[in-house]
Design a protein around this ligand. Structure first.
Ligand code: NZQ
Ligand code: ZN
Length: 381
């Protein structure tokens, strides 16, 4: 184990009815002016918006809506939210949605407190915000685990870069599996694949073999796969939705990462693919992972063999990668670039740009060259 300091910023309320039970008290310690942030309208259709708004108003809050946060939130949307927060003198932001809404709000929280260009400040000057509005999250679709960490993934459309930024960690997160009941099966499965990816990317980071985090990561991977299968068999299986919701938070709340190096190369490639295509994050990962793993399995053979055995009951590193590919197919997830919904046609030229602009991770099983990343991407065509 490497040295680490662990502190937890987010208080979690989990379970059916958790919003009704806890939201009012959770917001009571913050100021009167609350920004209620959400996405493209699912919360209006399923009644979540009405329920949350009433709880806030009954708690004596002045509520300002910030709506239309798109999947793969843009830096322009962050600026819109920050302007609104400044204009309305917002004291607290409540993000109601999935990774996209939560991430957007995390950066709005920081941008609302400074006139500096936050992107430049973080990416060019390597300075990170410390003064941020407090935020809370009500999760309506799980997978990213964004509600339990202080990072946000934002697309800068002008620069054609999708990247992680340091931002406000939610003070609290409310996870009610019933709030995800209206999420379509394919979105649940795509989100759950993102969870599986987070645990794999942490596990395959170059670390000691006896790291306790490895065992926890394997348990999360196994549970995620089991519950994805359950959900495919019965989309209304609330026990499975609940398990996947907590798997999602566990995979990205930092617990798996303590005391170890992580990989996240597949994520870096997918984020840049997302910058060019706006594709669904979990689905982009489903396409990339098997090809990426085929390239690196020999470099961490023992770890891949253990993954194969524990998660898929397969008896070699290679068979584990095959089992992962078969599992992706059996879930109905995209397996080729052409299966992804994309705003532009995915051509070899686009993939070359993705390979040339994504981050290259040094602590995966092996550092990849940009040509090899391109090769991996082309194998997904
Ligand atoms: O926008 P609305 O209408 O609300 O619809 C959303 C959206 O279309 C819908 N949805 C949400 N709750 C629903 C619902 N539909 C029906 N019923 C409900 N209860 O679900 C769709 C997807 O939502 P989105 O938030 O985009 O999905 P997800 O949670 O997968 O978030 C993806 C974003 O998170 C980033 C990704 O890159 C991507 O930008 N990530 C954030 C991470 C983090 N901060 O830790 C880590 C991840 O690796 C990831 O990069
Ligand atoms: Zn992810």
């Amino acid at each position: 184990m490497q040295k680490f300091v662990y502190e937890y910023a987010t208080k979690v309320y989990f379970g059916e009815g958790a919003v009704r039970e806890h939201l009012s008290a959770a917001v009571s310690e913050y100021g009167k002016n609350v920004m209620l942030a959400y996405g493209g309208g699912s919360v209006k259709k399923n009644g979540i918006y009405d329920e949350v708004k009433k709880i806030l108003e009954d708690a004596g809050k002045n509520v300002t809506d910030f709506n239309g946060i798109m999947s793969n939130p843009t830096y322009a949307k962050v600026q819109e939210g920050a302007e609104l927060a400044k204009k309305e003198n917002i004291d607290f932001i409540l993000a109601v949605g999935g990774g996209s809404v939560v991430d957007c709000c995390k950066i709005v929280a920081a941008q609302a407190r400074t006139d500096k260009d936050l992107w430049e400040m973080e990416m060019t000057d390597h300075q990170f915000p410390t003064d941020m509005l407090p935020i809370g999250a009500v999760v309506t679709v799980s997978g990213t685990g964004a509600e339990m960490n202080g990072g946000a993934v934002i697309t800068n459309e002008e620069k054609v870069i999708k990247a992680g930024m340091a931002a406000a960690a939610p003070r609290f997160a409310i996870l009610d599996p019933a709030y995800t009941a209206s999420v379509p099966k394919m979105q649940v499965i795509s989100g759950a694949f993102d969870t599986l990816s987070h645990a794999m990317e942490t596990y395959f980071g170059n670390s000691d073999q006896d790291n306790v985090s490895d065992d926890v990561a394997l348990a999360i991977m196994k549970n995620t796969v089991v519950n994805m299968r359950r959900l495919i068999a019965d989309v209304n299986d609330m026990q499975a939705r609940g398990n996947l919701m907590w798997d999602s938070a566990m995979a990205e709340n930092g617990i798996l990462k303590v005391g170890r190096a992580t990989d996240f190369q597949a994520h870096q490639i997918e984020h840049q693919l997302g910058a060019y295509t706006d594709c669904n994050h979990g689905q982009g990962l489903a396409v990339i992972h098997p090809a990426y793993h085929r390239h690196i399995a020999k470099d961490a053979e023992e770890k891949f063999a253990r993954f194969a055995e524990v998660v898929f009951g397969a008896d070699s590193a290679e068979k584990g990668v095959d089992a992962l590919a078969d599992f992706i197919k059996s879930c109905g997830l995209p397996v080729k670039m052409g299966d992804l919904k994309s705003k532009t046609e995915i051509t070899p030229e686009i993939l070359r740009k993705v390979a040339d602009t994504c981050n290259v991770i040094k602590c995966g099983p092996r550092e990849l060259s940009r040509d090899e990343i391109y090769e991996i991407l082309m194998e997904c065509m």
